[in-house]
Design a protein around this ligand. Sequence first.
Ligand SMILES: Cc1cc2nc3c(=O)[nH]c(=O)nc-3n(C[C@H](O)[C@H](O)[C@H](O)COP(=O)(O)OP(=O)(O)OC[C@H]3O[C@@H](n4cnc5c(N)ncnc54)[C@H](O)[C@@H]3O)c2cc1C
Length: 498
Amino acid sequence: MTGAAPPRVVVLGGGSAGWITACLLHKEWAARGGSVTVVESSGIGIIGVGEGSTPQLKGFFDHLGIAEAEWMAACEATWKLGIRFTGWSERAGYESYFHPFPGPVDLHSEPGFVHNCMLARRGFDVPAHPDDWFLATDLAEHARSPHPAENFPFAPSYGYHFDAHKLGAFLREWATARGVAHLDRTVSDIEVSEAGDVTALLCEGGERVEGDFFVDCSGFRGLIVQEKLGVKFVPFASNLFNDRAVVMPTPHDGTPKPQTDSIAMRAGWRWRIPLTTRVGNGYVYSSAHISDAEAEAELREALGQPEAEARFLTTKVGRVEETWRGNCLAAGLAQGFIEPLEATALHIVIATALEFAQAYEAGGFTPRHRDAFNASIATRYEGIRDYIVAHYRLNQRSDTDYWRANAANDHLSDGLKAMMSAWFRHEDMSRANDAAYGAKRYYANASWHCLFAGYGTFPPAEKMQPVPPGIGVADIEGTRGMIEACRTNFTAYDPLTL
Ligand SMILES: Cc1cc2nc3c(=O)[nH]c(=O)nc-3n(C[C@H](O)[C@H](O)[C@H](O)COP(=O)(O)OP(=O)(O)OC[C@H]3O[C@@H](n4cnc5c(N)ncnc54)[C@H](O)[C@@H]3O)c2cc1C
């Protein structure tokens, strides 16, 4: 902490990114005289998608001291224990797998899973499907609440599904009640000093909104950082082909599980996200491989909903070269976008705001630590991108040009090449992960194993051999028994009545 005064922060944009950033910076600095003003245009509105999170959203609410009872019902939110991937592999027995958010109990079963994966990678026929090894997977399958009984001190890690409009509205109310200023204005230009610092937002009608520091949360256009300051955009298009989405909400057709479903389609994948009032669906696809009309028809057929209304979105996949330039920070879609396969966007927003606050304050409210901060955020983006690229590169489908092109795509980072090489050469994946992504890595060893093993990335079934005597195999029966015993500490619930 330093003696310097915190800045007057102006946030442009009132989508999820704008309000999350405003809440976090207000919490950091309001008590010491910092102020936050959010400028958003109700005429322009928000993108209104982005309904799935990682456990970092739970961390965000905990950090602000907002209990689930306060916000979940208001945002039509449900719990999320992980993501079920279906149809990404054609290998028998691996048509579907669950990627859990690993929690404390999973630390006990993970070594057995990793051990059996190593045997299976070497061609031994042992149980190595991820679905058998994790408590969160079992709890999702049995639609259990993630809150354990009081005498069971091992809560799993979990995130949420929520309505993006309602989350923004809830945070706006929470923040403005605590002193964050809110202006409904359309910004027509950005005023920049000769030194290159932003001095004010210029609104339609002539009003100036001044500040010391500006956060660009204006969505894909990136009005301040990209359009005005000209920060370069680093596209990920050669790594990730999907650039369009068609979105179609539907009513519930049964009691949902606390999970996102990610289901492979002809030229992409579709999400299925259960809220308390509806199901959010969207097909993310590559416009080079399928037309809008074909994508819409395929999604309608999959949902069996000929009447549902469709909305199309174009995405811009990549990141800005510098998240923080001068007296401006970018957050949310203005900062970058990796497709929503692992629902990581808000996680990056939260990390950006918190890391920025630390770096800025450590430098006495100067840019002293800016380059280190920018490098850290870039590493985070690229680590997440690589994990998502791996879903495509390792896919085991051969039915369309899209899947064949993804499996043949050699635009891979050195880090991802190293991870793939380590898997196929039977090397220690944990060490490879450390070497490729270092301390800032986002995906843990368990996640990489779930992905490779979940697709059945092992030698062909006909080449698998029985395990010779003398080689230990992790005890799947014992693990299942342990998981089932743990499950008795979690109650069944109806997610639609949260
Ligand atoms: C298809 C798709 C699926 C996604 N799924 C997920 C997911 O499951 N999980 C996840 O974490 N993320 C997901 N995302 C990303 C997520 O939607 C965004 O990260 C999140 O909604 C934050 O958006 P934002 O606040 O940056 O932008 P927006 O919601 O677009 O907000 C932009 C704000 O800027 C304001 N604005 C713009 N121009 C002006 C102006 N001139 N004057 C005044 N105000 C202005 C707007 O009014 C608005 O308030 C998805 C994105 C897409 C495209």
